[in-house]
Design a binder for this molecule. Structure first.
Ligand code: F6P
Length: 367
């Protein structure tokens, strides 16, 4: 197939640092190769509602270092199952046909979709409808299949680690237990990496259910050995053995209606009650997703944007760019769609942390 003349780009799902670097790279490369670029606003909703902005050289000037996305995004809308109000009632409608019509009506010949696993599932649906799509993996959770890294993750780890560093000094001064809750719904990569980077003593991740008694034991043992403070890093999706994740709220019209949060407070209270050690809790929340991308993420996002343009030029639709052993590679979007790459309990990072004495709160084998 000849190269597309007019290309759309949209950013979908939760924002993260580095999205603008992708938009910039795709726009610059496409323009350089004679392809026109149209920005679709607010993810797939912009395609449903035909909300677009032209992307020229001037539009992407100076955005490399900016967090967020100049196009806007949403993690609440799936055109294949969109919540709409009709006669005062919420009903679910498939508006993907309208989005498809707009794709052709806008004169698009290809679309770059920057998103996570949920967005890639939507992209896979549009591929089946015949749209020419290429994917770019984005999320602070680093949990997309087929890629060693998503862009945005490094920045989120840096943000979380910096926050935990600050919490460390106050924990030491007050001889307290400080519990820090990070994001990470099903995958613990963020809590694990930030916890390691900032010297967490206990790291609780969704993949390794914890026993609260074991955390008490670690805190008390540290106290007895003269370390009068402890840092507990807990991913929002962590849960006790046999227990459930803590749900902060439900957003019924969202493709993923559950938002997690609250495990940090619960663990902090339990530690105070169970050990008598004064405990405090900090929830890092959206701070982790905000701000300027790290240099690593700027470079990775730029490489991904350049590689996505190569796919467009070569007509290799249905592929997502990815990073494998430091090299740019590709994978079929359908293989990535809706799937998550979780932390294996024997991952090298987990093993390294254990060697340093970090506890994952696993129940002890009986003596
Ligand atoms: O997927 C990215 C992420 O930040 C998750 O880590 C978190 O669970 C979720 O998004 C939060 O979503 P929202 O921005 O809707 O609160």
């Amino acid at each position: 197939m000849r190269r597309p003349r007019r290309v759309g780009i949209l950013t979908s799902g939760g924002d993260c640092p580095g999205i603008n670097a992708v938009i910039r790279a795709v726009t610059k490369c496409c323009l350089g190769e004679g392809m026109e670029v149209v920005g679709i606003r607010d993810g797939f909703m912009g395609l449903v509602e035909r909300r677009v902005m032209p992307l020229g050289d001037a539009a992407v000037a100076g955005i490399l270092t900016q967090g967020g996305t100049i196009l806007g995004t949403t993690n609440r809308a799936n055109p294949f199952r969109l919540a709409v109000e009709e006669a005062g009632q919420r009903v679910w409608r498939d508006v993907s046909g309208q989005a498809t019509q707009n794709y052709y009506g806008l004169g698009l010949e290809a679309l770059v979709c920057v998103g996570g696993d949920g967005s890639m599932a939507i992209a896979a649906g549009f591929l089946e409808r015949g749209l020419n799509l290429v994917g770019v993996p984005k999320t602070i959770d680093n949990d997309l299949m087929a890629t060693d890294r998503t862009f945005g993750f490094d920045s989120a780890v840096a943000n979380a680690a910096e926050a935990i560093d600050k919490i460390h000094t106050t924990a030491m001064s007050h001889h307290r237990v400080m519990v820090v809750e990070t994001m990470g719904r099903n995958a613990g990569w963020l809590a694990l990496s930030a916890g390691l980077a900032a010297g967490g003593d206990v790291i609780l991740i969704p993949e390794i259910p914890f026993d609260i008694e074991e955390i008490f034991r670690v805190v008390v043992a540290r106290e007895r050995s003269g370390k009068r403070f402890s840092i507990v890093v807990v991913a929002e999706g962590a849960r006790p053995v046999g227990g459930e994740q803590v749900v902060a709220k439900r957003i019924e019209d969202s493709p993923e209606p559950v938002r997690l949060g609250g495990i940090g407070l619960r663990v902090g209270q339990q530690i105070e009650d169970g050990t008598g050690k004064e405990s405090r809790v900090a929830v890092l929340g959206h701070l982790q997703r905000g701000g300027s991308p790290t240099a690593f993420d700027r470079v990775l996002a730029t490489r991904f944007g350049v590689a996505a343009t190569d796919l467009l030029r070569e007509g290799r639709f249905g592929e997502m760019v990815c990073l494998k052993c430091g090299e740019i590679a590709t994978a079929p979007i359908k293989d990535v769609a809706g799937r998550q790459r979780l932390v294996p309990p024997d991952d090298p990072l987990v093993r390294a942390a254990r060697r340093l004495g970090v506890s994952f709160g696993e129940p002890r084998e009986p003596d």
